[in-house]
Design a protein around this ligand. Structure first.
Ligand SMILES: Nc1ncnc2c1ncn2[C@@H]1O[C@H](COP(=O)(O)OP(=O)(O)O)[C@@H](O)[C@H]1O
Ligand SMILES: [Mg+2]
Length: 325
């Protein structure tokens, strides 16, 4: 714990005989931390130096991504969100390129993409930060939103419906012209850098969401509804070698045809409809030499739990894959 805290307050160099209170006082004079009082408790807030913020954001640089085909015009809307300083919400099923679109803009603007994945309940401390006990003090540790705001990164709340309401309420001033948040524990007002962009996404059709997004919150965003790509676009994605090796145009067409039939006909039977990611997985297995029917079985098993349900889907697959493929 002490080591963990010392990493947060990097300049702490205890000398023999010094008390923690003395060290903290010395560091406060040097400007490497600030102490605020909250009732009887003393909270240490480590200085957010440019160097620390950059080191934190360095982990979120985007590299080596497949080519993105912008069939839903997300890229243009992102530019507008950046220009108007309004937040952006991408609404749509899983595996249709929402993350890849944001990785693409992050790369274009050479900015980090700080992502919070909300497939579980995302707590307050995962986003804003938390207090860690340290001797008689508490040390504030920023969550990932803070360096993203100060350093001007793109901050992406994936599956924002799973984020605690307590966190969403704190974000209100960040979503409008005010562009700040107040950290309740430390009472600090943190202003967003001009380049900071807030992006959220969720899958409105998901059976696994914790709750619904309030219309009042959603109304603060520029919203893009993203659906499954048109057939020719999904074909182009599969034919692109960035997504694994090569397959023939005929094979790509069969994969897309099967996926679309499942998307249109099987919405109640499956846990989640197969996205482009599922098509890309089938393609990758086929390029590794797996028979297409077997590849589909592996990929479609992710969206059903019962053998009978899988059999139903496999009937569609077998009906469309030519013998011996
Ligand atoms: N528009 C697209 N252009 C290129 N590849 C795509 C596109 N949409 C989906 N993909 C493929 O599907 C995968 C999953 O996309 P992802 O961005 O993770 O989806 P989401 O964030 O919507 O769940 C990508 O890694 C890529 O291989
Ligand atoms: Mg995603």
């Amino acid at each position: 714990m002490v080591e963990q805290v010392s990493k947060i307050i990097t300049n702490l160099e205890p000398k023999a005989g010094e008390t923690l209170a003395q060290i903290v006082e010395k560091e406060e004079r040097k400007g490497s931390l600030k102490v605020v009082r909250k009732g009887v408790e003393k909270i240490i807030i480590p200085a957010r130096t440019e160097e620390k913020i950059q080191a934190e954001l360095e982990k979120f640089k985007v590299d080596g991504i497949p080519r993105y085909i912008d069939y839903a015009s997300i890229l243009k809307l992102f530019d507008l969100a950046k220009e108007t300083k309004l937040p952006l919400l991408l609404k749509g099923p899983t595996g249709v390129g929402k993350t890849l679109a944001l990785e693409t803009v992050a790369k274009k603007y050479d900015t980090p993409l700080v992502t919070i994945a909300g497939y579980k309940e995302v707590g307050y401390s995962d986003v804003i930060g938390s207090l860690i006990p340290y001797g008689d003090f508490l040390v504030w540790k920023d969550g990932p939103l803070i360096p993203a705001m100060i350093g001007g990164a793109v901050f992406y709340f994936d599956e924002v419906v799973n984020v605690e309401n307590e966190v969403l309420a704190l974000l209100h001033p960040l979503t409008d012209h005010r562009r700040y948040i107040v950290i309740p524990e430390t009472k600090e007002k943190i202003d967003a850098h001009d380049d900071f962009v807030l992006v959220a996404s969720y899958n409105p059709g998901s059976k696994y969401s914790r709750n619904k997004l309030s219309p009042a919150f959603e109304g603060r965003f520029l919203v893009k509804l993203v659906g499954y790509p048109p057939e020719d676009v999904e074909m182009e994605i599969l034919l692109n070698d960035d997504n694994g090796g090569e397959i023939s145009r005929e094979e790509a067409a069969i994969i897309v045809d099967i996926m679309n039939e499942i998307r249109e006909g099987a919405s109640d039977e499956v846990k989640e409809l197969p996205g482009v990611r599922a098509s890309v997985f089938v393609k990758k297995l086929v390029t590794q030499g797996m028979a297409m029917v077997d590849a589909f079985e592996v990929v479609l098993s992710a969206i059903v739990d019962e053998k009978e349900e899988l059999d139903g889907l496999m009937d569609i697959v077998r009906g469309k894959v030519p013998e011996g493929d």
